[in-house]
Write a protein that binds this ligand. Structure first.
Ligand code: CMC
Length: 428
């Protein structure tokens, strides 16, 4: 293959370098395009634009492949743990036994949040959406750790900020839930591992003993692994973009949490359950809702269907679907929403509209059903996504800093009014 692309413009030919990735992904390097031609490229929603080169996650949407640092997601979901995957994503390789122990211990020792932060929770209205709470409290970490504001910190300082971020986020998230139901925040316990500790802080009560259910721990660990990174998606690109201005890690992650919140991204898991409940409450007529989703005059979309990148199947959805069945069986939970979800999936997968547009269930289609069976309330689902995505955001922020990437600053094609003179208000 030629390593140069040719572009003809106004009768002139320009040569643009071609970049080929390690999995043979091809890109035309347009970094000097404007300087050479005065043209920019236009790509609303960045559907065809690579914003960076990255060594973290490989995703082939046509073949349904997802790998973190080269390791297939199927193997990681089966054999690894969320904390090991976090290490892999952030530091680039699987840890040795001692590296993993040190990493896990460091996270365990930093799970407490500053006592003054408790007052923030008290100030939120009872109905505050937990995504708003966790985004703002995450950003507030920067006020408690001003050393994180240093734009050129030493390696050890960056690693401490990363450890604090990973450790404290599970406490921040669990306390957002406790606060929303008016219960006292439960302090972390160092004898538990990361996932156990999160469940403990979510569901333990100071008045009762709490028993960790290994079935739930396993299912949650798997779910977090499946969400841990997904290359340059909306929230990750946001983290990299905010970080590119040399804003600190806490501010960058907080921005990523806000980007994840929307129903077209991480908010889809909440929207899926709300949609399934809507179908149930409406009498369970699945075909009616499939038709609504196809009707271009109706804003209704099948939440949990479709993906910007996956156009055959979402490998995460395939793993989750099996895990969901297994967990519900083990827990003996019968959820009528699962039946509606299965009917919906079948109806959509056999419908020409969805087949033609390559719309398949994505990771969020089944994750909400699992969270629901675990007793996690619907409004917390997107927070669970954020908990899982955190190592990916951190890894991408770290890579962006280490690569000394320039500040992200897209251009535009201006289509507004051309120059016009100001008119005094009396003359308008
Ligand atoms: N229901 C009905 N029609 C759909 C849907 C859907 N869920 N998704 C896409 N379409 C149609 C869309 O109307 C368009 O049709 P046409 O070509 O006739 O105009 C076509 O499919 C292409 O859609 P698009 O909106 O141009 O595709 P996109 O790549 O911009 O959007 C998406 C991807 C995920 C935002 C979209 O599929 C969607 O809104 N899905 C529902 C929300 C959802 O489940 N989001 C979670 C994504 S997975 C978690 C994550 O990683 O964020």
């Amino acid at each position: 293959m030629s390593e140069i692309a040719s572009l003809s413009l106004d009768g002139k030919t320009y040569e643009l370098p071609v970049v080929v990735g390690s999995e043979n992904e091809k890109a035309i390097d347009i970094q000097n395009l404007r300087a050479q031609t005065e043209f920019i490229t236009l790509d609303s929603g960045y559907k065809n634009s690579g914003a960076t080169s990255s060594k973290i996650t490989f995703l082939d949407g046509e073949a349904g492949i997802l790998r973190y640092r080269g390791y297939p997601i199927e193997q990681l979901a089966e054999k690894s743990s969320f904390i090991e995957v976090a290490y892999l994503l952030i530091f680039g390789n699987l840890p040795s036994k001692i590296e993993l122990e040190n990493f896990a211990n460091a996270i365990t020792r930093h799970t407490l949040i500053h006592e003054d932060m408790k007052r923030f929770y008290e100030a939120y209205p009872a109905k505050a959406h937990p995504m708003g709470v966790v985004a703002s409290i995450t950003c507030s970490l920067s006020t408690f750790y001003p050393d994180s504001l240093n734009a050129n910190p030493k390696k050890e300082a960056v690693e401490l900020t990363i450890t604090r971020m990973l450790a404290k986020f599970s406490t921040i998230a669990a306390w957002a839930y406790k606060n929303s139901v008016g219960h006292p925040g439960i302090y972390p316990r160092n004898s538990y591992n990361y996932v156990e500790n999160f469940l403990y802080m979510m569901f333990a009560m100071p008045t009762e003993d709490y028993e960790i259910d290994p079935v739930i721990v396993n299912a949650l660990d798997k779910l977090l692994i499946l969400h841990a990174d997904h290359e340059q998606n909306c929230s990750t690109s946001t983290v990299r973009m905010v970080g590119s201005s040399q804003a600190n890690l806490y501010a960058s992650i907080s921005a990523g949490i806000c980007a994840l919140w929307g129903p077209l991204h991480g908010g889809a898991n909440q929207a899926v359950i709300e949609m399934l409940e809507q179908i149930r409450d409406d009498g369970g007529n699945v075909a009616k809702f499939v038709n609504k989703a196809k009707d271009k005059n109706d804003p209704f979309r099948l939440m949990g269907f479709g993906h910007r990148v996956y156009k055959n199947f979402d490998p995460r959805a395939s793993i989750i679907k099996v895990a969901c069945d297994q967990m519900l069986n083990k827990l003996g939970v019968k959820d009528p929403l699962l039946d509606i979800a299965k009917q919906l999936e079948e109806a959509a997968l056999n419908d020409e509209y969805f087949v033609e547009r390559k719309l398949y269930p994505n990771v969020d289609f089944y994750s909400g059903i699992i969270y629901k069976a675990m007793g996690i309330p619907t409004e917390m689902f997107t927070v669970m996504f954020a908990l899982g995505r955190l190592p990916g955001w951190i890894a991408q922020w770290k890579e962006m800093i280490e690569n000394k990437e320039p500040i992200a600053r897209p251009r535009q094609v201006y289509t507004g009014a051309t120059k016009r003179n100001y008119i005094n208000i009396a003359d308008r």
